[in-house]
Design a protein around this ligand. Sequence first.
Ligand code: GUN
Length: 287
Amino acid sequence: MSTTTAEVINGKDLSHDMKMEMKTEVTELKQTGITPHLTVLLVGDDPASKSYVSGKKKACDETGISSDVTELDPSISEEELLQRIEDLNNDPKVHGILVQLPLPDHIDEQKVIETIDPSKDVDGFHPVNIGRMMIGEDTFLPCTPYGIITMLKSKNINIEGKHAVIVGRSNIVGKPVGQLLLNENATVTYCHSRTKNLQEFTRSADILIAAVGKPHVITGEDVKDGAIVVDVGVNRIEDGSLTGDVDFESAKQKASYITPVPRGVGPMTITMLLKNTIKAAKELAKS
Ligand code: GUN
């Protein structure tokens, strides 16, 4: 048992610093005639999606990135949504396109993702960008995994040679964060709902990423002394508050670094979206 508690990696503070830097960069870009612009399509009125989208818009405003949000009726046909995306692909003023997920059941999510021009795919979800990420090419990285790596690097945490254990294998977080850690020369293990003896794996992790979507599935018992614990969970519990996949108090007694919920990975996801939007604007201006 370690005698000290973990250092908390505050994603809100890091996001704030990064946004201030980006604000300066956006001001400079505007002086060269480029105003980065993000268009968000929000289908339906899911309260969680609405709240995420308003957070994204606010962050754009804070950094001087121009943005617009189009709210679409949940009954919109797949064909019409795909046509709207094509129109945005062809609009030179739009640098980044984001379709907030999840979508209503009658719309094929993958088809929507694959309709977005990869050069405007600031979510980093298009298979072309996922492929580029896999082979280590410069591309749009998916925002949550990109935010996690940025948090680790902000503390000069050495990833090379570490055993990274990912709990959760979603296309948005689990799979790509494992790939990014592999690109940084970690040894990566993926765990998921069918993994047997989960604790054996989590206890051997130097870097433990919890991306399950269930409150407090990881506790101090599951954490090796001195491990780095990253909590990706955003779970709304009965009292209305947000909590992570990790039991913060017990895990903090074991870890060397830990990310909290809230003020951890969540704010970083939005910040990396801004970074991708600026990148898209710069690259489209070059082409
Ligand atoms: N829904 C939940 N997270 C995300 C995200 O990062 N991007 C999009 N487009 N939808 C989401």
